[in-house]
Design a protein around this ligand. Structure first.
Ligand code: NI
Length: 184
């Protein structure tokens, strides 16, 4: 099932997400999230982006041409970033909840993370480069953060027009968006 993707402006994107109750059957939710993400040509999708304030995100780079991301497919449940290291480096990011916006974001080069997969198997692993970046971007989502929060005040201000278009429901995307329920 393909969910509409929650657009910028919905309070669920700004909430600290709750841990998933251990042992919950995630088979259907994860399958639907992957289907939703593939339909929108995304590389990552976090539960708040489908309106669920849960600490869960999926990553699948198989649709990209990038040799580092291509084989990277993983479900992260109740993840915990234990450590981040390395010089911050810049890369242009986008987000399915912020259609039409792409900006360079600086993030640390590597991280160590503990997480469960959708079968509640626990892992601790290290990631670097683009894989670390995708994880950092999705992890931000479950902390109520968006990639535009990392921009300088000036660059953020330059985006006001585009952000307002999204708030007004005027943004264009090749997938279905769900606009803020707070808006009347
Ligand atoms: Ni995103």
């Amino acid at each position: 099932m393909i969910y509409p993707i929650v657009a910028y402006g919905d309070p669920v994107l700004r909430k600290m997400a709750r841990p998933v109750e251990k042992g919950t059957d995630l088979t259907e939710l994860v399958a639907n999230m992957l289907e939703t993400m593939h339909n929108a040509d995304g590389v990552g999708l976090a539960a708040p982006q489908i309106g669920l304030d849960l600490r869960l995100f999926v990553v699948d780079g198989s649709g990209t041409e990038d040799e580092v991301l291509k084989p990277f497919k993983q479900v992260f449940v109740n993840p915990q970033i234990l450590d981040q290291a390395g010089d911050p480096w810049g890369y242009e990011e986008g987000c399915l909840s912020l259609p039409g916006i792409r900006e360079e974001v600086k993030r640390q080069a590597k991280l160590r993370i503990r997480f469960f997969d959708e079968h509640w198997q626990e892992y601790e692993a290290e990631f670097d480069g683009l894989r670390a970046r995708v994880i950092q971007h999705e992890y931000d989502h479950i902390e109520g953060k968006l990639f535009i929060d990392h921009l300088s005040p000036l660059r953020r201000r330059l985006l006001n027009g585009k952000l307002n278009d999204i708030l007004k429901g005027k943004a264009k995307a090749d997938y279905r968006l769900r606009y803020s329920s707070a808006k009347r």
